[in-house]
Design a protein around this ligand. Structure first.
Ligand SMILES: *Cc1c(COP(=O)(O)O)cnc(C)c1O
Length: 458
């Protein structure tokens, strides 16, 4: 199995190459050359998350790693989870909440990033090289990336966060890690400034030592998607008595939705994928009105979904709507966001058989949290609550919904203070965070200042 870009000009790459490269040379996103088929009967018979992952991950890695190598990585990848099988499922009548937040940073991003980091390290060891991880974060990616990489001495992580606009918990998760290969940089600017600086660094690469990789940890990295595909099969395994499975997914960059779609293409039986967004509604506008156009970012109480464009959406356009026509895909995305994307209407209609979307504002998100708390004593995180609205509204005895619960509510304490809800049990991941010493390096949104900092610490 090899990989190629959605825009067609970067192809024939093996797994290790696309792992280390991140974005394709032509600006597109890497895709597998075909959809491998999962052995559904085998998956039904497995009894743990890791056993299921062992059926999925090797389907993508064979071009670079032997089956045994992959299995041994998968067996040792996921660590520091607070649940014996990594994931817990909370059952309501026709809704199941798939709790993906029991990892060391209390958000689902641990699944993808721990897998990517384990493979990064494997490649670095076998080539005897080192790497710099450089990323921008506005929320949960940074903590998960730092945590996933901190124990690998060949990797140094430099994560930029914007000044403000992030929960204190999320910031402290990055600034309180005392590891000599981890640096949290607070940039005097916005998240977009941080992202622009990262992009510039990836084009210039002028600070790297010889034999040093520059690694991308954003959700366009295919290995993160592989880690996430596994938990859709896990949900199926646990809920296999149920006939019609629908997934409702709180969505930002579309990584989680694309992982669900991938699982479907690999043979997972699914009725509908419901794409749930907050006021940042570019995806909802697309699924309702065939309008994919960039607008300004709105701040919401579900900040990890506050995006203006959804990077992984290009993969869906390429695979699902354009039937893998890379020339058409390049034409659309080379000119986006200057030219908004509108599909040929017949092509766009294809969404009806697999996708739904919903948009939930802050007020209704808060109402959902209150309702479930009052009726069941269960506390939804704000992102999960966005997706729960559609699930509780639409599900019934013959239409079961699985809601992806992407973060632990304790990451967003100010939301619950305002609602008068007390969070009694803090996950291990977040305990003592406010007693620890913070080390944050304050920098201007200036390329040379940041590069100087990296050079001094590289
Ligand atoms: C990152 C994140 C999301 C959005 O996931 P995408 O894969 O980018 O769509 C949703 N909820 C939480 C808590 C997140 O951290």
């Amino acid at each position: 199995m090899l990989f190629h870009s959605t825009r067609g000009k970067d192809s024939g790459k093996d797994f290790a190459s696309i792992l280390m490269q991140g974005l394709a040379d032509d600006g597109g996103l890497f895709m597998p050359d075909h959809w491998p088929q999962a052995d559904i009967d085998e998956i039904k018979s497995k009894s743990s998350f890791v056993e299921i992952a062992k059926c999925i991950v090797p389907l993508f890695t064979a071009s670079s790693f032997s089956y045994d190598e992959t299995i041994s990585i998968v067996e040792s990848t996921w660590h520091d989870f607070e649940h014996q099988d990594l994931i817990n499922i909370k059952e309501f009548d026709s809704v199941s909440i798939l709790e993906l937040f029991h990892g060391p940073t209390a958000a689902f991003k641990d699944f993808g990033l721990q897998l990517a980091a384990a493979f990064f390290n494997k490649v670095l060891e076998s080539e005897n090289k080192t790497a710099i991880v450089l990323g921008a974060t506005s929320g949960d990616t940074g903590p998960a990336a730092i945590d996933a990489c901190k124990s690998y001495s060949r990797i140094k992580s430099f994560i930029m966060l914007p000044n403000g606009n992030m929960s204190d918990v999320q910031r402290r998760q990055m600034s309180t890690i005392q590891a000599s290969n981890v640096f949290a940089l607070r940039v005097n600017g916005t998240f977009d400034d941080c992202q622009d600086l990262v992009k510039l660094a990836f084009t210039k690469r002028d600070f790297l030592k010889t034999d040093q990789y520059l690694l991308a940890i954003n959700s366009i990295n295919w290995t993160r998607i592989i880690g996430q595909i596994c938990y859709y099969f896990y949900a199926y395994n646990k809920l296999q008595k149920i006939e019609n499975l629908n997934f409702s997914i709180p969505t930002g960059n579309f990584g989680n939705v694309f992982a669900c779609y991938s699982a479907h293409k690999m043979g997972l039986p699914i009725s509908k994928i419901s794409v749930a967004v907050n006021n940042n509604d570019i995806l909802h506008r697309f699924f309702c009105n065939n309008d994919y156009s960039k607008q300004l970012v709105h701040e919401t109480i579900s900040p990890s979904m506050d995006i203006s464009v959804a990077s992984n959406f290009e993969r869906l356009v390429y695979d699902f709507f354009l039937d893998r026509d890379s020339a058409k895909c390049a034409d659309m995305f080379d000119h986006f966001p200057n030219n908004p994307i509108e599909l040929d209407s017949e092509m766009w209609r294809k969404k009806d058989y697999l996708f739904d979307s919903s948009k939930v504002n802050d007020l209704d998100t808060a109402k959902m949290i209150q309702e479930i708390y009052q009726s069941n004593g269960y506390i939804l995180d704000p992102h999960t609550a966005v997706a729960a609205v559609e699930a509780f509204k639409t599900s019934d005895a013959s239409n079961h919904y699985v809601v992806l619960s992407t973060a632990h509510p304790a990451k967003f304490p100010q939301v619950y203070e305002e609602l008068g809800i007390e969070i009694n049990s803090l996950p291990l991941a977040l305990r003592g965070l406010f007693e620890k010493k913070e080390s944050l390096y304050n920098v201007e949104a200036d390329y040379s200042e940041i590069i100087n900092f990296i050079n001094l610490n590289n």
